[in-house]
Structure formats: C-alpha cells, structure tokens
Design a protein around this ligand. Structure first.
Ligand code: BGC
Length: 756
C-alpha cells in the first residue's frame, strides 16, 4: 500500500466547515494601552496609515505593532495559520502561490504588503516532499550528525549559509531547519537530522547553522521543541522528566541553540511532556521559552501537532501549520469564536501576530522579498564537500589507512558504492543533482523512497588513486565478495543503514551486512569498513577488521569526500558527537518505549537517566562503550601541554597548548571536560568547552576557552536558576569522553545564573 504523508500525520479527510464564509471585525486594542486607563475622546490620535509599518527606519517591534494596528481580525487570523504546500491529492488546499512540493504555505496580506510565508524543510538543504523533477533538485549538505561531527561551528555556519541561499533562490523565506533534539535513543530514526547527545556541542553547532541560514535574510526554525527523542508513537508518547534533568539536558541544547542562532521561529513537537502536548504546554512555551529565555520569535506547530483551539492559544503557540483539509484546523474562525467567547484574550492573538510579523521583518524577509533565482551548484558542491571532509570520523586504523602506493589492487565491495551515497528519509529528504542513483528502493509511499545520491565513492577513489587497480563487487554474494577481497591488497567494504523520520530502527546493520564484513575480513586482513548510517550501530566484526570509517550520510559530494579521506588527500578530523554502545544492555532503554503499545494508545516513557544522556550515562555507570563520544583518529599525531585553569571575572578559563607532532597537516578537537570533586551532578563529567584547531606539522597553538557556567551548575527549580556550588572541581583536557587526558584542579566560587 502506498501510504501518504497525510495518513502518517493523522490528518483525516471529511467535511468540515470552511471559515471563509465567516466575517469578523477587528476588536483589537493597542497593546500599549494600560488596562483601565481611558483615553479622552477628544485627543484620540489619528490611526496610522496602513503602510506606516513599511518604514525601514523603525525598529522591527515598532513595525510589527503598526502592522498589527492596520490589520482586520481576519487578516490577523490569516498570518497564524499555515497549510501544507504540496500538490498532492490529499492536500485539499493547494494554494496556487505555494511553492511546488513544499512543506508549507501561509498566505500573506496583499492589502498591506505583508509577504506570504513559504516554508521549506530542512537541515541538509531545500527538501522536496516526493521524488523531485530535475528543476527541484538541490545541493544536499551531509546529515546534521555529520556536521556535528566536525565540532566546527564555522563549518556549520558556512553550510547553513549555503542551504539558506538555496532556500531564498527557491523562493522560500522560512526554513524549517535547526534540529537539536538530543540523542537519547540510538535507534531514533531522526538522529541523522540532529547534532548528537551533548547540549553544548549540539546547541553550538545548531546555533551556527541557524546563523548561516538567517544570513540570507530568511527565518530559520529550531525544532522539535522538546524531548521528541524517538519516532515510535511520536504523537502519543508522554515523556516524563523532572525539571532539573530537562533544564540540564534537552532544554539546555535548545537554550544554547536559540542564544547563539537567534532563530525567527521554534517548532513545537508532536509528543506530550509531563502530561501536556508540547504545542499546548504552558511550562515549555510560556514559562521556559518565552518567560525564562525571553524568546521574542514565534512558535509554530510541527505539521498537524495542533490539538485544541483554546489550549494551543493560551499555552503559548503562535502559528498552526500543516493544515491540509477543510475544517481540520484549530484556529481561523474557531479562534475568532473563542475570542468572542472570552476563552482566549484578543491580546493573545495580537501577540501571535506581532511575533510572526516581527520575526519576518527582523530577519529581513520582508524588506528583501524572496524570489526564485539561479543557484551556483558548482560553488555549493564545494561547500558540502568541505563539510563532509571535516566531519567523516576515522574510528579505527591499524596501519591500513590512508591507502598507499603499495595498495595496487583495491577491492571495493557493497553499499552501492559504485554509484552513490545514502541519505536519510522523511521530510528532510533533499533530492540532489543527478537524481536517485539506485531507483526503486524502500517504501513506495511515505517515508520512502530510499535515496542514494549520485556521488560514487568508487569513481572518486579511481581518480584519487589512478595507479591502483580498483575493482567493484556489489557484496550481494558472499562468495564473490570474499574472492574479490582475497585477490586484493586491501578490501574496502561499504555498509549502510537507511534511517528515516517516523520510524525507529534496531542498531544492527540490516541485510546481513555484518556477515558480509565478517566474510571479507576472513579473506583479507587489510579490510576497511565504511559506514553510511544515521546513528550508531553495533559492530560484532570490529576485532576482525583493520579500519573503520563512519561517513554518516555524507551529502551530495559524499562519494568524493569519502574517497579523499581513504586516499589521504584529506586528513580525517571528525569526532563522534554520540556514543557507540558495545551492547544494547548498556543503554538506559534497550528498545524504544511504546513499540508494544497499540496504535492510537497513549503511552509513557520515564527518562530515569535524567540529564545523564550519552557519555554522561556511561561515565555514571562505569560502562565502556564501543566508541566514545569525542573519539576520532587522524593521520597525524597531536600533543597537549601547559594545561591551566583559573577563575577570571567569575568565568572559568582553561588555557593550554596544542601541537601537531606528526608529519601531515591536520585538525584536532580540544575537549575540556569538567567534574565536581564531591559529585552531586547527574554524572561524573560534562563537556565544558571545545575548539577545533588546524595545525601544520610541527606547529603549536595556545588556546584559552571559557566554560559556559551552566555546565558547572545544577538547576534548582526552587530558585528557577542554575547554581554553581562553591568548592573543588577538576578540569580535564582530553581526546574523548573516556580519555583520562590531563587534569588540573580548580576552586569555584558560588554563582547563581538566572535562566536567561
Ligand atoms: C516533521 C517536521 C517537518 C514538517 C514539515 C513533520 O513531519 O516532523 O520536521 O518540518 O513535517 O514537513
């Protein structure tokens, strides 16, 4: 059966009343009028001209206010309701101004010159809802998890700037990109879209992507707020977590991304948090996001995550989205009625409108309207390739890589490496130039198809190493694959796992690829495994192979990037943003919650691990992972020296020197972990700061990093603040979360940090 997106999202078809027949009139009062204060009739100021808001000399706040004052009630309601943008039969709206096969559309207000909102997914580039015709093909960045593996915010910002420019050139002014959910479940089908398990790393990297996107004078969207950490039953899972744990983990990732990226919008998620749907959750939206963090942008629903007219409005939502069927919305006339019946204050609707308008004005999408235009695909290919080359992680290397002159005969096996590289599925799917490399794979309906992008590692390797004899074997027949490996000096096995939105996965490689690796490794000791996965996988064959490279989903130049890492043209510098477990038993939950509950039934997951997510959990439990958070090898060697920690103006500063002690230029990631001597945190250590540094052979660099004080603190709900307990702490400079590294003691004074 071909399943449509609408069906997946639970949008049902039926007859509903259209709001369009309903007329309403403006009852708005200027928001600055003090309650109870009567303005004398004689001095009633003249209403500003309807176009007064277009004055660029005014601040975005003033302009949004003037726009609001010029609007009718119906116009206000228009701005806060979004529709699916796709041209598919289940979409009963299909506005002719919507961009083709796009995620969303919000009509503008032509009378006042306010732009429509054209919304596109997502983090790897301009996505299309189903197989794209060639003119909708766009450059694909590597998956978010690969960009996070760069530990290089500048690279993330550059990538964001590139996809944001393609969004603008494709006629979009809102990009639904900035996914920052933490990896709590290694099997979450959307881990590839996110930035790993650590709040500092994920928040910093996603903040940088958002800055890059918005540098194109469009809005970016940090999502999915919050605790939407698995896909199984995503719209009926009730996540239970205490406030301290949430503030120190998932919420901190959002807080940092928002501070560093200043996104115009936030997308609230499908799930419930502590009993209330995220999109009508007063605590998440009104208290944490808007009050404590002072967020001035607007909150949009994930597609179809709106539930209740009054609760959505009163508990902090600003825009409903993804409406696909007449009557299946929560606002428009329903909100007008709720306002007339005093269930929702007019001021709340005005606040929604002000927020939406202000964001589009402040980011530049109003003064610099988007228009479809040409795209420099060649330049953008270089951007995505640079990102991939910075984030591919060399996990294991027993003197097998880089491939050398002595590797005359190279057997490349499996993973469709002759034609392309894998990408992750669902709404974030970008159709890259050249179309689908391996047609006909995966589900026929949503969330398929499985897309291999046309960037062949085999061809790229052949051009990198023209003197080697590089052969190709599909890997579907173990005997043929083993025979090819036996004849070669080195065997490179490509294995992959497709992951996607709306499904979770076991973290075992599918289709007997573990057996393929084992067979090839038996035939040739010099076997290198290249993984294309959306998250961690188990590696029962690890001890039998000489090298392992994690290439994630490496984007539309991924084949070239992989080949250049294998050949040594690129010195790998990616580091894991997630922990790879050794066994499922090491995880807080061996399988996703809710897999056994009936469709439609709500279920709970209690995050007993609290803020001890990822490496923090392993450190707390004393578990040794397969590969640790922060791990990543290089073809050169680095040394660290002169570690010192001091408190300066209340901030913890960590200084040290990094040196390249090997023979090749390379990049290292300095990782600073912090620990309280007396314990009292959710786990013995946290990442406190990091920096990626490029060094020529023999070169050194002195660095001083500042530790974000929240990473030295506990969260105290009673004070509604973070608090650093005074006392003794340890600062560790290391190459991963399990590396003992070098340590210095430091004494910290008490400090209370208000939530914003
Ligand atoms: C996804 C969002 C996406 C939206 C629009 C939803 O299914 O969860 O991430 O932005 O669809 O396509």
């Amino acid at each position: 059966m071909r399943i449509s997106r609408a069906l997946w999202l639970g949008i049902s078809f039926g007859l509903g009343s259209s709001w369009l027949g309903c007329t309403t009139s403006s009852t708005s009062t200027p928001s600055n009028a003090a309650p109870g204060k009567v303005t004398p009739a004689l001095v009633k100021p003249a209403a500003p001209a309807p176009t007064a808001w277009l004055d660029k000399q005014l601040s975005p706040d003033q302009r949004a206010e003037l726009l609001l004052q010029a609007m009718t009630q119906e116009e206000k309601l228009t701005l806060v309701t979004g529709y699916f943008g796709v041209q598919q039969e289940w979409n009963k709206y299909q506005f002719k101004e919507a961009r083709r096969q796009s995620a969303g559309f919000v009509p503008g207000v032509a009378r006042l010159g306010f732009t429509p909102q054209w919304q596109t997914d997502a983090g790897s580039g301009v996505a299309t809802q189903r197989e794209a015709p060639p003119d909708l093909e766009r450059t694909a960045l590597p998956a978010g998890i690969l960009t996070a593996s760069t530990w290089n915010p500048q690279m993330a910002e550059q990538g964001g700037a590139m996809i944001g420019s393609e969004a603008r050139s494709s006629g979009f002014n809102v990009m639904l990109a900035g996914g920052v959910n933490l990896m709590r479940e290694p099997g979450n089908g959307r881990n590839f879209e996110y930035a790993g398990e650590d709040p500092l790393l994920a928040g910093t990297m996603v903040g940088a992507i958002v800055r890059g996107i918005q540098s194109n004078r469009i809005v970016a969207t940090v999502k999915h707020y919050a605790l939407n950490d698995q896909e199984t039953g995503r719209d009926r899972i009730n996540v239970l977590i205490d406030e301290t744990a949430a503030r120190l983990s998932d919420l901190l990732a959002f807080q940092i991304a928002i501070e560093q990226g200043d996104p115009g919008s936030i997308m609230c998620s499908y799930n419930l948090v502590n009993g209330a749907y995220a999109c009508q959750n007063d605590w998440l939206l009104n208290q944490v996001l808007k009050r404590d963090w002072g967020y001035k942008g607007y909150v949009m629903t994930d597609w179809g995550a709106q539930h209740d007219t009054v609760l959505n409005a009163n508990n902090g939502l600003d825009q409903e989205t993804g409406v696909a069927e007449a009557g299946k919305y929560v606002w428009l006339d329903k909100l007008a009625t709720a306002i007339r019946e005093n269930k929702v204050a007019q001021a709340r609707l005005d606040d929604m409108v002000r927020r939406v308008a202000r964001a589009l004005i402040a980011k530049g999408a109003v003064d610099d309207p988007v228009t479809p235009g040409p795209i420099d695909f060649a330049a953008h290919a270089r951007v995505t390739q640079a990102d991939a080359e910075d984030g591919i992680v060399l996990l294991k290397n027993q003197s097998v890589l880089p491939l050398a002159a002595k590797d005359k005969r190279i057997a490349v096996i499996g993973g469709h490496a002759d034609v392309g590289v894998l990408s992750g599925g669902g709404s974030a799917q970008v159709y890259a130039p050249g179309g689908i490399a391996v047609p006909g794979l995966g589900p026929k309906g949503w969330p398929g198809p499985i897309v291999y992008m046309r960037s062949s590692p085999l061809t790229a390797l052949q051009s990198e190493l023209p003197k080697s004899d590089i052969t190709w074997t599909p890997g579907t027949d173990l005997k043929v694959a083993s025979a090819a490996a036996a004849k070669a000096d080195v065997a490179v096995v490509f294995v992959s796992q497709w992951t996607t939105e709306s499904q979770d996965f076991s973290i075992t490689l599918p289709d007997e690829q573990d057996q393929l690796i084992a067979a090839v490794a038996r035939a040739n000791k010099r076997t290198v495994v290249v993984l294309e996965t959306g998250g961690p996988v188990l590696m029962p064959w690890l001890n039998q192979v000489a090298g392992v490279v994690e290439a994630w989903y490496p984007g539309s130049q991924g084949g070239t990037a992989i080949a250049r890492v294998l050949s040594g043209a690129v010195n790998p510098s990616g580091h894991l943003p997630v922990t790879f477990p050794r066994t499922l038993e090491q995880l807080p939950r061996a399988k996703s919650a809710g897999v056994d509950t009936k469709d439609g039934t709500q279920f709970e997951v209690k995050y007993d691990e609290g803020a001890a997510v990822g490496y923090r959990w392993y450190a707390k439990k004393g578990f040794e992972p397969q590969f640790s958070f922060g791990h990543g090898l290089s073809y050169t060697t680095f040394a660290q020296s002169k570690l010192a920690a001091r408190v300066e103006n209340g901030e913890l500063k960590v200084s040290f020197t990094v040196s390249n002690t090997g023979k090749r230029p390379g990049k290292t990631v300095a990782q600073v972990y912090v620990s309280p001597e007396k314990g009292g945190w959710e786990a013995p250590k946290r990442l406190g700061a990091f920096a990626k540094v490029e060094l020529a052979p023999g070169a050194s660099q002195d660095l001083t990093l500042t530790v974000d004080p929240r990473l030295l603190a506990n969260y105290e709900p009673g004070r509604n603040a973070f608090r650093i307990a005074p006392g003794a702490y340890r600062v560790t400079l290391a190459n991963s979360a399990i590396d003992p590294g070098q340590t210095v003691p430091v004494t910290l004074p008490e400090r209370v940090i208000a939530p914003k």
